[in-house]
Design a protein around this ligand. Structure first.
Ligand code: FE2
Length: 198
């Protein structure tokens, strides 16, 4: 059984990801991911960890008046399980990251490896960036759909920065190079990764 709070988050995420999807590829990926999530896997029982950047910026990132309707519902559902999360800095290469990247960001996986619910077929997680922080260029084999809840810049395939804005969504094909950076306000985004064998 998934906890009621985590199931509320999954339901809110499915609604918001589906509503804000911007293209056919992300719609297909989202549908497959949430179909897989209808099968519940055991809770990981992992200890929660909160990082200082969360104390400084999480509330500010999610208190924007621009978050209304399904996005507000998603943010509130996220905050209801946030104390269960194991927030972590990104490990691995830091190509083009800003000097303040290490202390200025945190990632957490709700469902997936290291998540509240441990599984490898679907990863639902979030990133928080403090103002001015530039996340490293990175790639990963699973395809990915972002759902952004704040202002912030994103880049794909070394292309120009673009601004999805609150409620903005975009799709990363498997293996594409991508990055993000916060402007004068914190950046917060959900990401949904779908492993190839789904
Ligand atoms: Fe990514």
């Amino acid at each position: 059984m998934r906890s009621p709070a985590l199931q509320t988050l999954v339901t809110a995420a499915e609604a918001a990801f589906t509503t804000h999807a911007a293209d056919a590829a992300s719609r297909r990926s989202i549908a497959r991911a949430f179909a897989a999530l209808e099968t519940v896997r055991p809770a990981s029982g992992r200890d929660a960890v909160r990082l200082p950047v969360c104390d400084l910026w999480l509330d500010k990132a999610l208190s924007s008046a621009e978050l209304t309707g399904d996005l507000r519902h998603l943010a509130d559902a996220f905050l209801a399980v946030e104390t269960e999360l194991c927030w972590q800095p990104r490990s691995g290469a830091t190509a083009n990251a800003s000097a303040d990247f290490a202390a200025g960001h945190a990632n957490a996986i709700l469902i997936g490896p290291g998540g509240i619910e441990r599984r490898s077929d679907v990863w639902l997680g979030v990133s928080l960036l403090a103002p001015g922080v530039r996340y490293p260029d990175h790639t990963h084999p699973p395809e990915e759909t972002y759902l952004v809840l704040t202002p912030g810049d994103f880049s794909q395939d070394d292309g120009p920065w673009f601004q999805p804005g609150p409620g903005g969504s975009f799709y990363n094909p498997p293996g594409i190079l991508h990055a993000m950076r916060a402007g004068r306000t914190p950046l917060f985004a959900f990401w949904l990764l779908l492993a190839k064998d789904n």
